[in-house]
Design a protein around this ligand. Structure first.
Ligand code: C2E
Ligand code: MG
Ligand code: MG
Ligand code: MG
Length: 284
């Protein structure tokens, strides 16, 4: 009896495993064939200066709505694209869409664009991005590139070179998901970032977990002392906003203000933004 159920479990496990492998294979296939051209889109989430109540930037976030699989989150399909060598093509397509959008926004609003660790270590990709921004006619200082600590593991010198080239070209460099990777402080010290983004995992727990509170507080203090701007991501409630502001965080991204939105909603959002936001800011 016991033996049989044990064997049964093994079979179920391997069947599930097989299904998962199949799923990933067909995910790869779909991404290769349809994914990039037809089914990918970009949504935009505002980053807000809570001191003067203005939108500073929109972060471009990739979406894949697959006919076969439905909505697949970027945390799933970006690594797949990296693995099958499709990330450069994907990045190029996403950046083109985002730059086309940026051109329709007021001049004082920036674009924040995520660069995958793979692209950050490829000098070909960096060249291509610089050329692409140049060709778009957009002022490079309106573009921030968000990179993560993951990019630096084992590729420190390549990433350093990429950062120098991008900075010399004029785009801003942002350290995303700060604190979730390795040797955060060493990276912050050695590389000159224009901004750091405090990860939402710390922010969402700021009221409930005293370690998270201390981490957010310390990161904001670090940013001030090193004169590196801090973006606080993942602010979902007025209570969290209040605490973050008390700790000196003023540049905020999160569902409290807005979820990522479709490109067509941006100009209407900007038009009525101040009215919607002011009551929240006064309360916080
Ligand atoms: P990220 O760059 O740290 O982006 C922030 C993520 O937090 C986004 O998830 C955003 O929708 C989410 N978020 C923002 N505010 C809140 C909030 O108040 N509460 C909660 N719960 N979540 C919030 P998303 O769009 O699923 O993106 C996840 C990750 O996928 C991004 O993390 C980024 O690492 C990656 N990614 C997204 N788009 C791209 C892309 O075009 N290229 C590359 N290389 N990576 C991308
Ligand atoms: Mg980001
Ligand atoms: Mg982030
Ligand atoms: Mg994050």
């Amino acid at each position: 009896q016991v033996k049989r159920s044990g064997k049964g479990k093994m079979e179920i496990f391997s069947a599930e495993h097989e299904i998962e492998i199949q799923r990933i294979r067909s995910l790869e296939f779909c991404l290769r064939t349809d994914g990039i051209e037809r089914e990918l889109s970009v949504v935009y989430q505002p980053i807000i200066d809570t001191i003067n109540g203005k939108v500073l930037a929109f972060e471009a976030l990739a979406r894949w709505n697959s006919e076969v699989f439905g909505a697949i989150p970027p945390t799933t399909f970006i690594p797949v694209a990296e693995r099958i060598g499709l990330i450069d093509k994907l990045t190029h397509a996403l950046l083109q869409r985002a730059l086309d959008q940026l051109k329709t926004w007021p001049d004082n609003i920036k674009l924040s664009f995520n660069l995958s660790p793979n692209s950050m270590t490829s000098s070909v990709m960096i060249d291509r991005m610089i050329a692409q921004i140049e060709e778009s006619g957009v002022d490079p200082c309106r573009v921030d590139v968000e990179i993560t600590e993951t990019a630096m593991i084992g590729n420190f010198d390549d990433v350093l070179t990429a950062i120098d080239r991008l900075k010399a070209f004029g785009v801003g460099i942002v350290l995303d998901d700060f604190g979730t990777g390795y040797s955060s402080l060493a990276h912050l010290h050695l590389l000159s970032f224009d901004k750091i983004k405090i990860d939402k995992s710390f922010v969402s727990a700021v009221l409930t977990n005293s370690a998270s509170f201390t981490i957010v507080k310390s990161m904001l203090a670090l940013g001030r002392q090193m004169e590196v701007g801090c973006v606080v991501e993942g602010v979902e409630t007025e209570e969290v906003l209040k605490t973050v502001r008390r700790l000196g965080g003023t540049t905020i991204q999160g569902y409290l203000f807005s979820r990522p939105m479709a490109a067509k909603d941006i100009l209407p959002y900007l038009a009525k933004f101040g009215q919607d936001l002011n009551p929240v800011l006064r309360r916080a």
